[in-house]
Structure formats: structure tokens, C-alpha cells
Design a binder for this molecule. Sequence first.
Ligand code: HEC
Length: 222
Amino acid sequence: MKHFPLLLIGIFAVLASSFLVFVLTTQNQLGSLKQSTEGLEQNDDGELVMIEGDPLFPAKKPGLADQGSLEYIKMGCVYCHSQQVRRAPLSVDIERGLGLRVSVPRDYILQDRVLIGNQRVGPDLSNIGLRQTDQNWHLLHLYNPQITSPGSLMPPFPFLFELEPISEATAASALVFPEGSEFSPEAGWVVVPSRRALALVEYLLALKFDYNLPEAIILENE
Ligand code: HEC
């Protein structure tokens, strides 16, 4: 094989160029995405531009929710939960009530670490902040999923809570258990969420695609 080095260079060139095209086209399509107004308007040159003065989406999440996203990563929630509403006919996500519209790349541009996930052991959480709005429900569910969802496969996260003797201060922030629950603390004691648990729930409550984007409009009865 006289031309073996040449063959190697050829193989390398083919692989490198296809890799480059793969990276560059993706960067070209997605890398320059920015926040946008919900709708667009035509300017004098006939180009579609953002509507001046309208709010920009996706919006930044409040600070505590940002901290909560770190807890979401640390606790491994992403291994069982996706955050992506897929389009029909590839899925029945919209029919199942997982969202008001499909999710699009622009929805994720403000996330340092995109928690899109690739497994659905539990339900998709893209719009959990629209489906389940009760903070106490989320705290009980994290403390022990069996309280709110008997038979759940989700692990409990009791280390995000403290068992405290009842007092005026602890009672104010304590979890409210359902009447007669077998998981309620003994008389005289309460379960109090840590700051980490509160941040995580703040994050869950902020998970919602309830805004339009020019490429993803919420349609009634979609
Ligand atoms: C081992 C897999 C697993 C892990 C890890 C896991 N979950 Fe779940 N999760 C589930 C399953 C299964 C359900 C459905 C039953 C239920 O509601 O408990 C669920 C349900 C939920 C729900 C209610 C969804 C709905 O539509 O009602 C929320 C909210 C949730 N999980 C949040 C979390 C958070 C936050 C974490 C990380 C702290 C987490 N999960 C970790 C499996 C998991």
C-alpha cells in the first residue's frame, strides 16, 4: 500500500469536514437565537421585526427558582423527567395535556444547563407550574411521593426537610398533611422545608411555556 498515508489523510478530511458541517449548521440555526416578543410586525422595508416595547420571552426566572434548578440537577430529577413537549404526530403530548404548545429551541436559550432530559419514568415537567400550582402539594410530594400519589415510583427526598418541635415559628412554615395521613409527624412535631426544598419547588412552579413565540403560538383547542 504505497498510498496508505494519503488514504488516512483522505479519511480524516472526510470525517473532519462532515463534523464541521454538522457543528456549523447547528450553530448557524440555533446559536444565534435570542429572546423575542410574542408576535412580530413588518417594518418599512417589509422585514419581520420584534414589536417595540413588548415584553421579551422566554423571561428570566426569579432568583430562588434559579437556585432550585441547581437542586434539580443535584437530586438527579432529570434522569426520570423530561422537559420537552413534542410535536404531533410524533407524540400525543398536547393531547395528554402536557402543554399548551410544543416546545421549541428558543424556549431553552437562557438555561446554562438545558434540562431537557431523555427519559420519562415520571411525567414531563415542562408545564408542571401550570398543572400543579399548590406549593404545599409539591413539598408533600418531595417529602414522600406516597402522601400525594400512592404507589408512586418516585423516590422520597426527606433529607430536604427537618423534623422540628412545634412552635409559633415552625408551625408557620410547616407542611400541611392530609387529614389522618400515616406520614404525619407525631403530635408536638412538624416537618419544615429547608431553603433547598423551597427553592426546588419555586423552580417547579416556574416551569411553564405559557407565552407565545413567533414560531410557537398557543392555539385554542390545538
Ligand atoms: C426514579 C425516577 C424519579 C426520580 C429520580 C424523580 N421522579 Fe418525579 N416522578 C416520578 C414518577 C414515576 C412520577 C409519577 C408518580 C407521582 O406523581 O409521584 C413522578 C412525578 C413527579 C411530579 C408530579 C408530576 C405530575 O404531572 O403530577 C413532580 C412535580 C416530580 N415528579 C418532581 C420531581 C423532582 C423535583 C425530582 C427530583 C428532586 C424528581 N421528581 C425525581 C419518578 C421520578
